[in-house]
Design a protein around this ligand. Structure first.
Ligand code: DGY
Length: 326
């Protein structure tokens, strides 16, 4: 008998076909994510779960599904999965790093540019018939070329954004990360590791690319925003919970920072109404990795992981490989 797996969100046909060749597949084909109790019911008796960032894998869920052996998420971030609880129960977890790095960095930089150069504000004004004539300060924004790019979280995506800033836009780079980059990478990027407060003070454009955890929850709040330049822009492509959105809305409203570009939100897809009403914030619906080739690569890698995990092979990108050797 084939192992039973759940594909918890609509997936590319090639993925469903590939998984069906190995497993007895239960596919949730609806557009809305399964509610937690539906997810629990559909996962009962399954050996594998193919999920996205909208499915929360908790200790309670794992206890209700003791047959589960692998959770494969089609995301690089994994804050929706209780990794420690999975490891404690011998459940292998995999994610999809690398295949989305350059696409996500492209988007991070595009959001920085759109924010600094007031693109959304300009388009809204034009569509609303508000473009009357030229004026010297009409929609004047902030320079990007030869300014200081700050990066909080210098993993793969942070480094890819740094390369764009350094080699494409002649930017000076400052960053803060738990661990410092190797000296040769720092030298290649011309990147200086600084304390978080210093990063906030120095950056003309600050991009958040750090993982979300209890430690990084609201790590950009009123006190941090108060350290930033009044001309600075803030871009978040990591997770919404990293930023205290009420504090950010107040800083934007009072022009204590110039502008923000946000692709992620605490409680998404709900967006804090205080942000929706502000002109100096560019809002996008969590699409930093959303190009067709990249999403297909992510979906394919998650499928490779699930097949390997349940057929005794080594999955390409495990998060808790210790489960494999246990
Ligand atoms: C990721 O891969 O973590 C993205 O945020 C999901 O779209």
């Amino acid at each position: 008998m084939k192992p039973r797996v759940l594909i918890a969100r609509r997936a590319p046909a090639a993925v469903v076909e590939r998984l069906s060749a190995h497993f007895d597949v239960d596919c949730h084909a609806g557009e809305a994510p399964l509610a937690p109790d539906e997810l629990r019911a559909r996962l009962a008796g399954k050996a594998g779960a193919y999920i996205t960032g909208t499915e929360r894998i908790t200790a309670e869920l794992l206890d209700a599904c003791p047959g589960l052996r692998a959770v494969c998420t089609m995301t690089v971030g994994y804050n929706h999965i209780d990794l420690a609880a999975c490891t404690a129960r011998g459940v292998l977890v995999t994610h999809t790093p690398d295949v989305l790095t350059e696409t996500t960095a492209d988007f991070g930089f595009a959001l920085l540019m759109a924010t600094a150069r007031r693109m959304s504000e300009g388009e809204r004004l034009l569509r609303d018939g508000g473009w009357k004539s030229w004026a010297w300060d009409f929609l004047a924004g902030a320079d990007v070329y030869n300014t200081t790019l700050g990066i909080l979280g210098m993993g793969r995506i942070g480094q890819a954004i740094a390369r764009r800033g350094r080699f494409g836009f002649g930017m000076q780079l400052v960053y803060h990360n738990r661990s410092r980059l190797a000296a040769d990478i720092e030298a290649e990027l011309g990147a200086r590791h600084v304390a978080k407060d210093e990063l906030l003070r120095q950056a003309d454009h600050l991009v958040l690319v750090l993982p979300y955890s209890a430690e990084s929850h609201h790590c950009i709040a009123a006190a941090e925003l108060a350290l930033m330049k009044p001309t600075a822009t803030l871009v978040n492509i990591a997770r919404g919970g990293i930023v205290d959105e009420d504090a950010l809305a107040a800083a934007l409203r009072e022009r204590r920072i110039a502008a923000a570009g946000l692709d992620v939100f605490e409680g998404e897809p709900r967006v804090n109404p205080a942000l929706l009403s502000l002109p100096n914030v560019v809002l996008t619906p969590h699409i930093a990795s959303a190009t067709l080739p990249t999403r297909l690569a992510m979906a394919g890698l998650a499928a490779d992981n699930l097949v390997a995990a349940l057929t005794g092979a080594t999955p390409p990108t495990p998060l808790n490989p210790e489960v494999l050797s246990a």
